[in-house]
Design a protein around this ligand. Structure first.
Ligand SMILES: [Zn+2]
Length: 310
C-alpha cells in the first residue's frame, strides 16, 4: 500500500436524523433530508461529475429506504454511520459488544437496502475509542473516516477533549494500529482522515465562516502538491434543508453548566448560519475550485481500492 500520486477529492456526507434547527433527532428532519437536502446534493454532484460517499445511520435508512436507493444510480458509495446518532450511544461510550452489535446490524440493513457491500464507516460525532477498531474488523469493515488529524476542537465539538489524540494522528491515509484508529500500525482498517488545518474542512465551518474555509481549501490544495494528500470534506444533507423551529429549549447533553453553554447553546446558535438554500452556493464554490484544478472526485471505497493496487 502506498501513496496515490493523482489529485483526489473525497466528498463525504453524513446522513442522519439530526435537526440542526431544533437540536434534536426527528423524523420530520428525515423527510426534509430526503426531499430537499439529498436532492440538492445529488444535483450538485451530478453537475461536476462527483462520486461521493454517504454515511447513513441505520435508523434513517430503515425509516426511508429510498434515501439510500436514490444515490445508487450515480455510482455513489453507501457507507455506515452506525446504528443511531443518540449521544448516549456514541461509540466511545458503548461496550465492545454493543459496538460490534451496532455495526453488524447497520451493515446488514444498508447492504440489504442497497445491494452494495458496505465497507466504510464513520462514527456518529466522530466519537470512537480503542474498541472501535476491533468492532469494525470483526464485522468486515475495511475503511474508517472518523479521525481528523490536526483538527483542534476542544469544547466546540462533543467529546472534544478526547479528540486531543487527533493532534498527532498521521495526515495522509494510513493502515491503522490494531487498536487505535488514530495511529499508524498493522491493523486491517484503512483510515482516510477528514481534512483539517487546525480548523476542520467541513460544511459547518463553511457555513459559519466561508472565508476561513476558503483559506483552508487553499492550504490543502497547496499541501496536495507536495504530499498528494486527498482532500476529504465532510458535510451533511441536513445542512441543506430549510427547517421550522418547533422545539422550545435546547436539549441538554451534559450536566456540566459550562459545557452545556459552550457545547450546546452557543454551538447551536452558530451552527444555524447559512443553512438550507444558502448553503448550496457556498458548497458549490468549494467543489468548483477542485474541479477546475483537475481533481478527481471519488469515494472512500474507490480510494481504498486504488491504494491497494499502488
Ligand atoms: Zn453524524
Amino acid at each position: 500500500m502506498s501513496k496515490l500520486k493523482k489529485k483526489y477529492c473525497i466528498l463525504t456526507n453524513d446522513v442522519e436524523l439530526t435537526s440542526l434547527v431544533n437540536h434534536n433527532l426527528n423524523l420530520q428532519t428525515a423527510d426534509k433530508v430526503y426531499d430537499q437536502g439529498m436532492r440538492s446534493l445529488l444535483k450538485l454532484y451530478k453537475k461536476y461529475g462527483v462520486k461521493s460517499t454517504f454515511f447513513y445511520t441505520a435508523d434513517i435508512a430503515i425509516y426511508n429506504n429510498d434515501i439510500v436507493k436514490m444515490i445508487l444510480e450515480d455510482g455513489h458509495e453507501v457507507a455506515s454511520h452506525g446504528w443511531v446518532h443518540e449521544s448516549d450511544q456514541a461509540f466511545d461510550v458503548l461496550s465492545l459488544e454493543d459496538q460490534i452489535d451496532h455495526l453488524k446490524k447497520s451493515k446488514e440493513v444498508l447492504e440489504q437496502i442497497s445491494g452494495q457491500e458496505v465497507i466504510s464507516f464513520r462514527a456518529p460525532a466522530l466519537r470512537i475509542n480503542e474498541d472501535t477498531n476491533t468492532a469494525l474488523t470483526e464485522n468486515g469493515f475495511l475503511v474508517d473516516s472518523s479521525v481528523s488529524p490536526q483538527r483542534l476542537d476542544m469544547f466546540l465539538s462533543f467529546g472534544g477533549l478526547k479528540k486531543l489524540s487527533w493532534v498527532f494522528a498521521p495526515r495522509l491515509p494510513y493502515l491503522s494500529d490494531s487498536k487505535k484508529l488514530w495511529k499508524k500500525g498493522k491493523g486491517s482498517i484503512y483510515e482516510i482522515p477528514i481534512s483539517a488545518f487546525g480548523i476542520p474542512y467541513i460544511g459547518t465551518l463553511l457555513r459559519i465562516t466561508p472565508i476561513l474555509t476558503r483559506l483552508t481549501r487553499y492550504l490543502l490544495h497547496f499541501e496536495n502538491k507536495f504530499n498528494h494528500k486527498p482532500i476529504v470534506f465532510l458535510t451533511h444533507p441536513n445542512e441543506f434543508i430549510n427547517e421550522e423551529k418547533t422545539a422550545e429549549k435546547i436539549k441538554k447533553r451534559t450536566k456540566n453548566p459550562i459545557k452545556y453553554f459552550i457545547g450546546d447553546v452557543l454551538r447551536h446558535k452558530v451552527k444555524l448560519k447559512n443553512l438550507g438554500d444558502d448553503a448550496i452556493p457556498l458548497y458549490e464554490k468549494e467543489i468548483a475550485f477542485f474541479h477546475k484544478k483537475g481533481y478527481e472526485f471519488i469515494t472512500c471505497k474507490e480510494y481504498y481500492k486504488l491504494s491497494l493496487k499502488n
